[in-house]
Design a protein around this ligand. Structure first.
Ligand code: PLZ
Length: 462
């Protein structure tokens, strides 16, 4: 690598440690003062290896101590450009002052009552906001949970109760979580499912639209999927179809135009609950508040998490009142679902998405990434496709001669970028996709610098 640290000051970590105050006030710069990982990070990673289960991996070998705006700072004083947002979570930016203030105030008031024991306003207010914010102007209800997977599980429970049917269809390349039911919905075996079966029954898989690899238009891909569903499951047995409007872990696959509307229309005709899993795409990420909006799709149920609460664990199922209310009293819940700290954070974060016009910011970020990565594609046949929506963009890397997925190359580029101070994640069923999910508050100079580092890493990769 020829990328040098731009601002290496004394060339080592400050003696009395690193300031741990995060938020947008952190210097918005890439700064390497040690190799990555530096000595303090290595020390933590050694403790991790000895104390934390091996199954819990990590992408960037650093010990994070602060983050904000577009950077993550490690224990050695390195400042890395953040192109991952902790997997699409910190859309409003890490430690956003409004989120910090709301959570601090709530923590001083009460930290927990259990909403099922003693209800409180924050939960109800989040439900009201979600009901207003999500697509469609029909009457809605929401229920709150902790993780994306838990919300997906509950969406399936609700759809089954509403329809009295059991089967659920998910798609090739889908990712819906790691719990027992959501593992069954997730498509990829390694690392998510391998050895962890048996899997929940009555889950069926249909082909999705993947324009780069199937060459079908949206109508053709929808006809193919619906054909499979009708032949192999039958609408009479089908409670729900669940889909990510842009497939996330599976490779940032944007279905061909018309695919999602055709699928939603078929579900409506057949009385099948159409569930949009917007856990990764939600909250301004794709340049609209929700990705379904790009094609005017109104899901029966929409599942949200990640970006909802500026980094605190919260998730939700929102949808048609008559579907949501099918579950009997006491049928939905959990000790922590809609925790007051997470609700306070969500209310603050949802304000920020609107007041800071982060959907527009996501569009601008998308334009910058598209421009730079398309230039890269023009110069390098290993860039098979540049795709995505808004600030959810990806580059699919392929063998220049055969067009076959090149996972090794994606891994090499991501590791080199991280070593040079830019956090980049990979994804894809074939593991060959570099994905860009910067905080929507990232300053443009950092975004551009981060992409340039990735471009150099690709150019120098064998
Ligand atoms: N649905 C669309 O993207 C989480 C998973 C990372 P949880 N994606 C990141 C990993 O390797 O575990 C995700 C998603 C979509 C559901 C989920 C699950 O959300 O909050 O991780 O449970």
């Amino acid at each position: 690598m020829t990328i040098d640290a731009t601002d290496t000051a004394a060339g080592e970590a400050p003696e009395d440690g690193v300031s741990t105050a995060g938020g947008p006030g952190l210097p918005q710069e890439r700064r390497l003062v040690t190799e990555i990982p530096g000595p303090r990070s290595r020390e933590l990673l050694e403790r991790k290896a000895a104390a934390v289960a091996r199954g819990v991996g990590h992408t960037a070998p650093i010990a994070a101590v602060a983050a904000g705006g577009g950077v993550v700072v490690d224990a050695d004083g390195n400042s890395l450009i953040d192109l991952g947002s902790g997997i699409a979570v910190t859309g409003v930016g890490n430690a956003h002052p409004a989120v910090v203030a709301a959570v601090s105030a709530q923590a001083a008031q009460f930290t927990h009552t259990c909403f099922m024991v003693s209800p409180y306003e924050g939960y109800v207010a989040v439900a009201e906001r979600l009901n207003a914010l999500t697509p469609g102007d029909h009457e809605k209800r929401s229920a709150l949970f902790n993780s994306g997977a838990e919300a997906v599980e509950n969406a399936v429970k609700i759809a089954r109760k509403h329809t009295g049917r059991q089967a659920v269809v998910a798609f090739d390349h889908a990712y819906h979580g790691r719990t027992s039911l959501t593992m069954a919905l997730t498509a990829k075996s390694m690392p998510y499912k391998s050895g962890f079966g048996p899997f929940s029954p009555e889950i069926y898989r249909a082909p999705v639209s993947y324009p780069l690899r199937d060459g079908l238009d949206g109508a053709q891909a929808a006809a193919r999927a619906i054909g499979v569903i009708e032949k192999q499951v039958g609408a009479d047995n089908l409670a729900a179809v669940i889909i990510e409007p842009v497939l996330g872990e599976g490779g940032f696959i944007v279905p061909a135009e018309g695919f999602l509307p055709a699928l939603a229309a078929w579900c409506a005709e057949q009385g099948v609950v159409f569930i949009a899993d917007e856990v990764q795409t939600g909250f301004a990420r794709t340049g609209a508040m929700f990705a379904c909006e790009h094609e005017g799709v109104v899901p029966d149920l929409i599942v949200t998490a990640k970006g909802i609460a500026g980094g605190l664990p919260l998730s939700a199922v929102t949808g048609r009142a008559e579907v949501m209310d099918a579950a009997h009293v006491g049928g939905l819940g959990g000790t922590y679902g809609g925790n007051p700290l997470a609700c306070a954070a969500a209310l603050a974060a949802m304000d920020v998405y609107e007041s800071e016009r982060l959907s527009e910011a996501a569009q601008s970020i998308g334009a910058v990434i598209t421009e730079r990565m398309s230039a890269l594609q023009a110069a390098d046949a290993r860039v098979g496709e540049v795709r995505g929506r808004g600030a959810m963009m990806a580059v699919e890397l392929v063998d220049a001669a055969t067009g076959e997925p090149d996972a090794a190359l994606a891994g090499t580029v991501a590791r080199a970028a991280i070593a040079a101070g830019v956090i980049v994640l990979t994804c894809g069923t074939y593991g060959n996709v570099l994905r860009f999910l910067p905080p929507l508050t990232i300053p443009e100079h950092l975004l551009v610098e981060g992409l340039d580092v990735v471009a150099v890493a690709l150019r120098e990769a064998p």
